[in-house]
Design a protein around this ligand. Structure first.
Ligand code: PMP
Length: 418
């Protein structure tokens, strides 16, 4: 079992210097609920599909930094391109021509992209898209699907969250996923004052089984938006380039008006993008939007190496196959010990839940035992595949998972699992 003494020391220092120590989704308290003693609080280095914490513990990592690790940590091709660009210049008064190459590459890659606009975070991209929808239509409200996450800018939070004014979210209207009657009702109740709909390509929320979508469901939503003059925004921040290099809207057989990318664009180098159809281009030009580092050249150079490599490897196909292999192995390992491990979502972003226990506590216990043995999974969040995962890694993951199932089963004779 792994020890975390140095991690704890660093975390105590962090608590003195940083609010909550490690904040947001990379911290131990957000969404994951492992006992803090089981959690590798501080990383030292990473390579491929592994990272090592400051205590020297090695983790086979299926969280992939929550998405950015798409080719493998420290991918040599992407890093070489980024390092070369750093020597050439990064943050300069005029943007590097690499920005243009990057936009052209996205136009060639993403089915719905007639143009691309760059920023840094997923939240920058979703916020820009919502501003574009309002600027384009002159309407106020935005429709969301239940359980949405589009970042943590004010408009995307909830009315009762600290620091949020009710009026910042009063134009958000949430409907159940693909419920056409609810969408029509919401539209009628607002007398049609809707700028658009923003949604992830499928329901990949936390704390519940993920639900994939169908082409028929999306075709209906696309038609609804067309019929009602609403801008359809796809938030592909998490799923982008893992299901389909041409965009997750392409994967589900439709064309978004605007699509937001971030995590897998440049294998961890810091950039995000909104791509859009031609009819949104003038509106995108009109929106007041910029940032100090948004045109830095290093991430563009990384992206110019990352996307072609994803194409060469056909990563979506690889992720589907390897994700399926891994999940099948995990399910079988659970069965050996009487556990019903439920897999949901797309294999490239699989979500796990031990279904023997509705409280999710058994699941958390199993995850903690996996993490303590060097298999990094998250309790209540989807996982991510990356291109460095080998068949040996999958075998190791299944072996560790099986040990962890055995430990949890032995601890709970009262469940009579077998
Ligand atoms: N949308 C989705 C679907 C996301 O998963 C995330 C990040 N987890 C965001 C938006 C926000 O991205 P960021 O944290 O980079 O602002």
């Amino acid at each position: 079992e792994y020890k975390h003494e140095k991690s704890q020391e660093w975390f105590n220092r962090a608590l003195n210097a940083i609010p909550s120590g490690v904040y947001g989704h990379l911290g131990p308290s957000e969404g994951l609920f492992l006992p803090i003693t089981k959690w590798p609080l501080m990383s030292d280095h990473a390579k491929g599909t592994y990272f090592w914490d400051v205590d020297g513990n090695k983790y086979l990592d299926f969280m992939c930094a929550y998405g950015p690790n798409v080719l493998g940590y420290c991918d040599e091709d992407v890093d070489a391109a980024a390092m070369a660009q750093l020597k050439q210049g990064n943050c300069t008064t005029s943007p590097s021509y690499k920005m243009v190459e990057c936009a052209e590459l996205l136009k060639d890659t993403v089915a719905t992209a007639d143009w691309a606009f760059f920023m840094k975070n997923g939240s920058d991209a979703t916020t820009f898209s919502v501003m574009c929808a309002r600027a384009h239509t002159g309407k106020k409200k935005m429709m969301f699907f239940k359980g949405y996450y589009h970042g943590d800018f004010q408009w995307a939070q909830k009315a009762d969250y600290p620091g949020i004014l009710p009026e910042e979210v009063e134009n958000n209207v949430v409907v159940p996923w693909f419920d056409m009657d609810a969408m029509q009702k919401a539209y009628d109740e607002a007398n049609g004052d809707f700028a658009g709909l923003i949604a992830q390509p499928y329901d990949h929320g936390n704390f519940f089984d993920n639900t994939t979508a169908t082409k028929e469901q999306w075709a209906k939503v696309r038609k609804f938006c067309d019929d009602h003059g609403m801008v359809l925004i796809i938030d592909d921040v998490r799923t982008g380039f893992r299901l389909d290099l041409a965009g997750s809207d392409h994967y589900y057989g439709f064309k978004a008006d605007l699509i937001c990318f971030c995590k897998a664009l440049a294998n961890g180098y810091n950039m995000s993008a909104v791509c859009g159809q031609e009819h949104m281009k003038n509106t995108a030009s009109s929106v007041v939007y910029t940032g100090s580092y948004w045109m830095s050249a290093e991430p563009f150079a990384a992206c110019l190496a990352c996307i072609p490599k994803m194409k060469r490897l056909d990563t979506p196909k690889m992720f589907r196959e390897k994700g399926t292999l891994l999940c099948d192995g995990l399910v079988a390992a659970g069965k050996e010990h009487g556990f019903n491990l439920k897999v949901s979502g797309e294999p490239a972003l699989f979500y796990l839940r031990i279904a023997n226990d509705d409280s999710l506590m058994l699941h958390q216990e199993w995850i903690a035992e996996c993490v303590s043995r060097g298999l990094f999974l998250a309790s209540h969040h989807n996982h991510f595949m990356n291109a460095a995962v080998t068949d040996e890694d999958i075998k190791l993951a299944v072996d560790i998972a099986e040990d962890a199932f055995g430990v949890v089963a032995a601890r709970h004779p009262e469940l009579g699992l077998k």
